[in-house]
Design a protein. Structure first.
Length: 280
């Protein structure tokens, strides 16, 4: 098995929204904002080469949204989905499986792209199975008013119409070398992959733990639909990450790709940060 970091670019979000009730004087220590109170965040995906399967976990915001939409997110950075795949020696046609942790636009926007004359949508990964789960798919297709702006029909409906959509269940894991944790605080049935790599467990933390700045237990995003549930899910995960020595792959941290955690008198805290390539 080989693991590859896939950078799809960076965007900006309001620091207060990303840290909920935590005061700015605290969260700005790890995530300093700009003059508009915006912080820079990565949209980092993970590519798993396992035998004859090439599994991509999430795929960023994509490039099909119009300028009026994208102007709110201040996209920056040189990397994009296709250039990062090419840097690793692959193309979109090589991907066999697309695992979507959830269907918010910054996680699944690269799943679908315009056709050549921009009259309809095609799957970006035409040879791949796309993996979600029934509960989250239903949630995204019938969105609540709080999350409606994050679930974009053009990111979702073309996948279903294509016939490439598949559902994961807790009883039926489609991948040999990783298991899936289902959590419901951020959104309904977000999926957190736990990948067995060499003698280690690599956890793609998605929006359960967006960055090292979110490690302290009360640091919960304002975007979470059930923040009290996030607290309990996160507490269990953090303690397990320490006891089982997980390596956490950070999707949104703009500086750190991976981290480990340790137990302290103040609770679980950051231990080490390092790039994915350092894992031996």
């Amino acid at each position: 098995m080989n693991l590859y970091k896939i950078d799809t670019g960076y965007f900006k979000l309001d620091g207060g929204a990303m840290f909920g009730v935590v005061p700015k004087v605290l969260w700005s220590r790890t995530n300093p904002p700009d003059e508009n109170n915006l912080c820079s965040w990565a949209m980092r995906s993970l590519l798993i080469e396992d035998g004859n399967r090439l599994i991509l976990i999430d795929n960023g915001i994509g490039d099909k949204q119009d300028r009026n939409f994208l102007k709110h997110y201040y996209l920056h950075g040189d990397a994009n989905l296709k250039s990062s795949l090419a840097k690793c020696g692959f193309s979109t046609d090589d991907i066999t499986d697309v695992f979507l942790t959830h269907l918010h636009f910054d996680h699944c926007g690269g799943s679908v792209e315009w056709n050549n004359d921009r009259t309809s949508f095609n799957l970006t990964f035409k040879n791949a199975k796309y993996w979600s789960n029934k509960d989250h798919w239903k949630w995204a297709c019938n969105p609540n008013r709080r999350e409606k702006a994050s679930f974009l029909k053009e990111n979702i409906i073309p996948i279903e119409k294509s016939g490439h959509l598949n559902f994961i269940t807790k009883e039926n894991e489609p991948f040999e070398n990783f298991s899936t944790l289902f959590v419901n605080g951020h959104t309904e049935s977000q999926m957190i992959p736990h990948i067995r790599y060499k003698d280690k467990i690599i956890v793609f933390a998605a929006d359960l733990l967006p960055s090292v700045g979110h490690i302290p237990l009360p640091y919960v995003m304002g975007y979470d639909t059930r923040p009290l549930l996030t607290l309990s899910e996160k507490e269990k995960f953090l303690n397990e990450a320490v006891s089982k020595q997980y390596i956490i792959f950070l999707q949104h941290d703009n500086l750190n790709e991976c981290c480990t955690l340790k137990q302290t008198e103040k609770g679980v805290r950051l231990d080490k940060t390092f790039p994915l390539s350092d894992i031996k």
